[in-house]
Ligand binder design. Structure first.
Ligand SMILES: C[S@@+](CC[C@H](N)C(=O)[O-])C[C@H]1O[C@@H](n2cnc3c(N)ncnc32)[C@H](O)[C@@H]1O
Length: 188
């Protein structure tokens, strides 16, 4: 992946991060070895911090892979990870539709072509004052260039970014950490 921030600065940010515990480190090693695209520790901390700031109690994650971001989120919600996580298997967008109620935070990390659809389904499911957070919104900088006709992922992310900034329901900010993290507060 090409980072957004120049590599030396990106490396510097990572050099500051406190060591993770054994479980997190093991997941990070596994992801690296098996090319699982996890959010990594810098964005993991951000997700954790955001969940704590809104005092999240009910969180929905779309796109969990090995559960690395899940672990950051679950730890932010409170102690006792095992008891508080429910794993749903299937298309996360449909699973969100079939899960009742509102959420303090929805984290979106599904297939990039699904991002506009994820926006449509998720925003109304976040409580006012809650957060809709999305990874990879800068897509190695490809969003800033004209995509090829075949590049459906970049086009979908560009559309998603326009949607979040134009939505009267959201206050959106893209943080250029790692591959770009969109933090959207539901304001109405
Ligand atoms: C980028 S990875 C998720 C990484 C994870 N959020 C983390 O940082 O630890 C995306 C994962 O979501 C899965 N996925 C993609 N689209 C999905 C969908 N619509 N519903 C459920 N899972 C999906 C992929 O198979 C993959 O395992």
């Amino acid at each position: 992946m090409n980072w957004i921030v120049e590599p030396k600065t990106e490396k510097y940010i990572y050099s500051l991060l406190p060591a993770r515990d054994r479980v997190m480190r093991e997941m990070e090693r596994y992801a690296q070895k098996h090319h699982v695209p996890i959010i990594g520790p810098a964005c993991g901390r951000l997700l954790y911090q955001l969940a704590r700031l809104v005092r999240a109690r009910r969180v929905f994650e779309m796109g969990s892979a090995i559960g690395y971001s899940t672990l950051w989120l679950a730890r932010a919600v409170g102690p006792g990870v095992l008891g508080r996580v429910r794993v749903l298997v299937g298309d996360a967008l449909h699973l969100l539709d079939s899960t009742e109620g509102q959420f303090d935070l929805i984290f979106n990390d599904v297939d990039k072509t699904q991002y506009p659809d994820a926006f449509r389904r998720a925003v109304s499911r976040v409580r006012v004052g809650g957060l809709f957070v999305t990874d990879n919104v800068l897509w190695s900088g490809r969003v800033a260039r004209k995509p090829t006709p075949k590049d459906a992922q970049t086009r979908a992310i560009q559309k998603f970014n326009r949607l979040i900034y134009r939505s009267p329901k959201l206050f959106a900010t893209i943080i250029p950490l790692r591959d770009g993290f969109a933090v959207c507060e539901r304001v109405r």
